[in-house]
Design a protein around this ligand. Structure first.
Ligand SMILES: Cc1ncc(COP(=O)(O)O)c(C=O)c1O
Length: 344
């Protein structure tokens, strides 16, 4: 692929489709997917359902729509979802489930390892009382992006399922980067998905597809989700042209995520050598680090200086900076990033 100057570490969403994806897109067999007649979409949905060992899957344009559809499928108006304060679903999805579904978010603190403490979940569940909303759903994120892309441990996931059974809750996973979690933990996606009643997974992050996510669950869950996708305007027509790239993403791009994880480690080491504080352990492709205390520039000014030198990163609160490694970023790019950080 061609690499444009500067080195863009703002997110893994900036990845460009691979040459194989572009070819597959051009040659894809397509049909009307709202009629269920797009053979490429049907194949992608079948492949992902099988990979995650669930009955069915549905292609959607984005992770945001995938999460929204799952919440709307699980919860009615005035019902409650328990969710972490660092969840993408809570922070960055426009409160869609509250706006469109009247779903009440019950926010609890996300632990430093990305988990939601079991005791806090238990405490958050509402009593059977006419004053309270009914708690219906518990939502987790794996990997947890705001906790430095940390994957959740298998033991924790299993204890979540037991707790959800005990409390009578459904369990949803925002698995935008489930693929990174699988590679980092060495646990099969089908095992990571097994505790959950529904998942939303993305093709357009580290897997480099240009567009697309999938919602996964039982057949009856997906039947209902399809009605909601139509309601939201997410029913697409000859969308096999995009699903074709998604198939390449699933079949060819998952194992190479280890390269992104190694590059993230390498960058973290370089940042430490330059005296930066890394705020979360780096286990996948996301690194959060803090601007030097003694830097006289504001964070915005610092990022503008780096941008001029050829480096793009994202800024967050408390002088925190995010760098994400992804397809198209190679070891020599990380070397160059470290040189920029040392020199500028
Ligand atoms: C953890 C997580 N969930 C969901 C999303 C939403 O995905 P999309 O941008 O496709 O709507 C993102 C986007 O970056 C994300 O990082």
């Amino acid at each position: 692929m061609t690499k444009d100057f500067p080195i863009d570490l703002r997110s893994d969403t900036v990845t460009q489709p691979t040459p194989t994806m572009r070819k597959a897109m051009a040659e894809a067999t397509v049909g009307d997917d709202v009629y269920g007649e797009d053979r490429t979409v049907n194949r992608l949905e079948g492949v992902v359902a099988e990979l995650l060992a669930k009955e069915s899957a549905m292609f959607v344009p984005s992770g945001t729509m995938g999460n929204l559809i799952c919440l709307l499928t699980h919860c009615g108006r005035g019902e409650e979802v328990i969710i972490g304060d660092q969840a993408h679903l809570f922070l960055y999805e426009r409160g869609g489930s509250a706006v469109l579904g009247g779903i009440h978010p019950h926010i609890i603190s996300t632990a430093i390892d990305g988990s939601l403490p079991l005791s806090a979940i238990r405490e958050a569940v509402r009593p059977d009382d006419i004053h309270c909303p009914r708690t219906k759903l518990l939502s987790l994120e794996n990997t947890q992006a705001q906790r430095g892309g940390l994957p959740l441990s298998l033991a924790y996931l299993q204890s979540l399922r037991d707790l959800a059974n005990d409390l009578g809750l459904a369990l949803h996973c925002d698995g935008a980067r489930l693929w990174n979690a699988a590679v980092a933990t060495g646990v099969e996606p089908s095992v990571l998905s097994s505790p959950f009643d529904s998942l939303s997974v993305c093709l357009s992050k580290g897997l480099a597809a240009p567009i697309g996510s999938l919602v996964i669950g039982t057949q009856s869950f997906i039947d209902e989700a399809r009605r909601l996708r139509k309601l939201l305007g997410g029913g697409m027509r000859q969308v096999g042209a995009i699903a074709a790239a998604g198939l390449i993403a699933i079949e060819e791009m998952r194992t190479r995520l280890t390269i992104d994880h190694e590059n993230a480690q390498f960058l973290a080491e370089g940042l430490c050598e330059c005296g930066y504080e890394i705020t979360h352990p780096v286990q996948t492709n996301i690194i959060f680090f803090r601007q030097h205390e003694e830097d006289s520039l504001s964070l915005k000014e610092r990022l503008a200086v780096w941008e001029k030198a050829g480096l793009l990163v994202s800024d967050f609160r408390n002088r925190t900076i995010r760098a994400v490694t992804h397809y198209g970023i190679e070891r020599k790019d990380i070397d160059r990033v470290i040189t920029i950080l040392q020199k500028v």
